[in-house]
Design a protein around this ligand. Sequence first.
Ligand code: ZN
Length: 587
Amino acid sequence: MTRPHTHLLEVDIGIRRQEGGPQEELLVMPVWTPGSYLVREFARHVQDFAARDATGQALKWEKTNKNTWRVVTNGSRDWHASYRVYANELTVRTSELNSSHAFWNNANILMYLEGQLASPSTVRVLAPDVWKVATGLPAVLGQKNTFRAENFDVLYDAPFEVSNFKTIVFNVKGVAHRIVIDGEGNYDTERMRRDVQKIVEEHVEFMGGEIPYRDYTFILHARANAGGGLEHANSTALGYPRFGFRIASGDRSTSASPAATGAPARDYRGFLSLVSHEFFHLWNVKRIRPDGLGPFDYTQESYTKVLWVAEGITDYYADLLLRRAGLITESEFLTATARSIQSLQNTPGRRVQSVEESSFDTWIKFYRQDENSVNSQVSYYDKGAILGLLLDLEIRKRTSGAKSLDDVLRYLYTEFGKKNRNYGPADFQRACEMMAGSSLEDFFQRFVRGTEELEYDVALEAVGLRLDTNAGGASVERVYFGADVAQEEDRLMVRRVYAGSPAYDHGLNAGDQIVALDNMRVTRDFFNARIAEKKPGDRIALIIFRFDDLSTLLITLGGRRVGTYRIVPLPNATDAQKRVYRQWLGD
Ligand SMILES: [Zn+2]
């Protein structure tokens, strides 16, 4: 990184064979990076490729497809390739080099030698002296900023942060953990240390008490609009809004806007939830590996039907373990659960796509959302988490609290993770049935492979709870329009239209510009306020631009009796139900 402001990372790859190599060798750039299921074509950022032998003599080369370079090595045992990679996109799955720091994922910038993914490698980072280097790879003793990877799956699993970062350290059971923070923000490092340590301790105990890594690194980028996380075997990359660490007081459900929009809360608890999610992945997905997800094929999509387990059930435990660690209250856990159930029930796509289909097609659907996604897709995160809850409660009910989904996860870790075997959909179902002590075929057929409406009360009854969909005065029918609108400068645009809604059935389209409502010019606030004053059955006239053409659309508004969902106690819950409740959300 000799000229950070150019965003060009300079890569030199030295290939050394024990004996003479073939006449030609292929260097391959990955097209995707594990954990983020989209072909991102990292080769598009490669430039200035060259190859030379040990004496510095240039070697001939040509590209054979979009991400493969064929080098004529003439049987050389020792040769080099060099190139530069443009890195100017900071997300947890991409790379950025600029004058303030460098962050990269190795699959974005390092090619592998065809047929040699199992070979070991070392990485030496030549960084400006004022910058430190953090990665999950083990350091090579006695060599500055040099790290080793036993194979390319390990190499590609370890992102690097190189900057003048802050470091927070703590130990759990004698194992070193560090949080590396790049970027200023309103975080409290002491509190972060304490709470992240609690998360680590809770997860480790949950998974049986053994720590399966030598050390663990959390890389955190605090930026104005950062978000998301990516899991690795002994590290994680996290992005979070730099002023999103506010410690909110009281129940999150009462803070209006996030609950109202269904958006995840951007406060300190949201950060802990992200940490909990990514950390849980070190077992669920990195060691308890679905079919197809390791060893990896970096040249094309890797399909699996169980991302709903890998992501959804991870999401379920992210919050459940925060609750058990005492970092959120029971009420916060139940409120968040009710909110995600409501969000699922407001997604028409839940009746169109199953979670298995959603998992399988993530490459072309979940990771490529458009205005129709809400009507054609279900999130394997959101529905997967709810299925985790329903399965957990079903197993607890059938066994009077003796077994749970916790046992399923521990079983999968023992039988698949520790034995280095991948699992498939049938293995997961079998593990659940083993813990439940009876068949769950009906459940999986209807709710996992199928798109039937979930039966919340059947599950919640196990712990003496029920779902109240009418909280907050839903006995009154509310007016229903059925589209999301957004203000774009001085234009009011339709973002999405929900299938089956009045707006949908009367022909409003995503992308339409609403010019006037009942002949009056609109802004978003004006539009939403006027609609809220209407009654079901009222007719409105919208003047819209569709592309360049002006037209008038008449829409008869509908009505809905929907309040805020709440999970509430059954009036006469039995002692047995209360006992299972305590075991589940336990202190
Ligand atoms: Zn995840």
